[in-house]
Design a protein around this ligand. Structure first.
Ligand SMILES: C[S@@+](CC[C@H](N)C(=O)[O-])C[C@H]1O[C@@H](n2cnc3c(N)ncnc32)[C@H](O)[C@@H]1O
Length: 439
């Protein structure tokens, strides 16, 4: 299976790498606004420098990204195409196949529809009120390329979470629970399966490299290997306000299907489903902003990793106060060591409307998502979280040599879905053992 880095030490949590001090930043931002073009360029450079100063990268995401070979990426794309694109799907239900044939011709129109909804920030029409075929079109168009970017990120994060769990006694099962809030569209699920496959393959390779090849000794070492690997299981729970169950069950089947075309170094199925490397995937349709305390507890408590990929800003847009409450309740419930991953468009902001000085006149103020997040987790819940990664703008660039194929044909030979580069902000936090907000 596909290469890249081998030692997981490379993306263990390292010391905080922060370039520059806050004082320096404040001094710089106090400088006068630029008047000439030259000054403007200098100001842009200074702003870029300030942005870098703000960056923290204690998990080496570049290195974990490199561990996802093109062969692995191709298999992830094949899972999407095989699972969601009707003509390559293995669906046996004749009625639904007939329906899908009609729908398939509409995928291009549906993608245009979705683009309009997203442009208008009409998330209800795009997701919560969307038909199953609109959701499937979304996943084909957006989730597939996102999963390539997420796979490397999750590889680093899961490795970091496994490190924490390594106190597990010999023979004990090592469970890692991952909750993907707003994760029904499947990008996180397929990416996590890919990351899990890479981790398992590397661990097998490492143990095989270390073991002698011949005789009884090799047999006994193989036993040890399988015992070691038996200890790891991943349970992925995706929750979403929209009805993504059809997309999730199709992708889950494709993740485990030997019929998906494999690649030279990454054979299908993506996940074998054997006990020692299996992952459990489940989906629950729910509004995360309206959960009872009890439901939230049972959802959050077993998790080692919680992700909010391109979802937090949507939640803030729905309600800043409910989303802030959610983050604070998460702080209270999450066990020490829980890792929270937030990815969103760079520069996302939300608008808060409030009454001016108690009068009936309403005012609006815009807050960057990052500000709301940091303020809640690091100021209101001070001492509860540490920041492992913070980057305002990171790129995932698709393969430039055109080796990846995603031939999802929209209109009988024209209009293939193109893979895209992706730019995002990323913030990763870890729950500290020490303080509980309520103490
Ligand atoms: C922009 S999509 C992102 C999908 C996916 N996480 C990704 O990164 O590709 C946002 C998702 O958040 C979900 N969502 C929005 N509000 C939600 C809520 N209150 N509770 C649960 N899910 C919600 C939407 O239905 C949608 O699937």
């Amino acid at each position: 299976m596909g290469g890249g880095g081998n030692g997981k030490e490379k993306w263990k949590v390292g010391p905080t790498k922060k370039r520059g001090s806050q004082q320096q930043q404040q001094k710089q931002s106090a400088k006068k606004a630029p008047s000439s073009r030259k000054e403007h360029t200098a100001a842009t450079a200074a702003a870029n420098e300030r942005r870098k100063e703000d960056e923290i990268e204690r998990i080496d995401l570049s290195e974990s990204g490199k561990s996802i070979s093109l062969d692995v990426q191709q298999l992830l794309l094949n899972v999407f195409k095989h699972g969601l694109f009707s003509s390559s799907s293995t669906s046996t239900n004749e009625d639904s196949e007939r329906l899908e044939d009609g729908e398939e011709k509409n995928i291009s129109t549906q993608i245009q529809q979705l683009k309009t909804h997203l442009y208008n920030r009409d998330f209800e029409s795009a997701f919560a009120d969307a038909s199953p075929s609109l959701l499937r079109a979304y996943a084909l168009r957006w989730s597939a390329s996102r999963s390539l970017a997420y796979c490397g990120l999750f590889r680093g994060v899961v490795d970091c979470a496994l490190d924490l769990d390594s106190q597990a006694q010999d023979g004990e099962e090592e469970n890692i629970g991952v909750l993907c809030i707003g994760g029904g569209a499947g990008a996180e699920i397929v990416a996590l399966a890919g990351a899990w496959r890479v981790i398992q393959d590397e661990s097998t390779r490492k143990t095989t490299d270390e073991s002698p090849v011949e005789g009884v000794e090799s047999l006994s070492l193989n036993e040890t290997t399988s015992q070691k690997r038996k200890r790891r299981r991943m349970a992925v729970t995706a929750i979403d306000i929209a009805e993504w169950s059809d997309v999730v069950s199709r992708l889950t089947a494709a993740i485990h299907s030997p019929d998906v075309p494999g690649t030279k170094t990454c054979t299908a199925p993506l996940i074998q489903g054997q006990e020692d490397e299996s992952i459990d995937i489940s989906f629950q349709k729910m509004d995360v902003l309206s959960l009872s305390e009890e439901d939230l507890k049972s959802l959050l408590q077993p998790q080692r990793v919680i992700s909010l990929m391109f979802t937090l800003n949507e939640l803030f847009s729905t309600s800043i106060s409910k989303t802030t409450q959610l983050l604070l309740r998460m702080t209270d419930i999450a066990s020490p060591g829980t890792i929270l991953v937030v990815v969103d468009s760079p520069g996302s902001y939300s608008t808060l409307s409030f009454a001016k000085n108690g009068s009936s006149e309403m005012q609006q103020r815009q807050y960057p998502m990052k500000f709301l997040l940091d303020h809640t987790l690091l100021s209101v819940a001070e001492g509860s979280w540490e920041k492992l990664v913070s980057q305002d703008s990171r790129w995932f660039r698709k393969d430039t040599n055109h080796k990846l194929h995603y031939n999802v044909d929209l209109e009988g030979g024209q209009g293939f879905i193109r893979l895209e580069d992706m730019r995002f902000q990323i913030h990763i936090y870890r729950r500290l053992p020490s303080s509980n907000r309520n103490e």
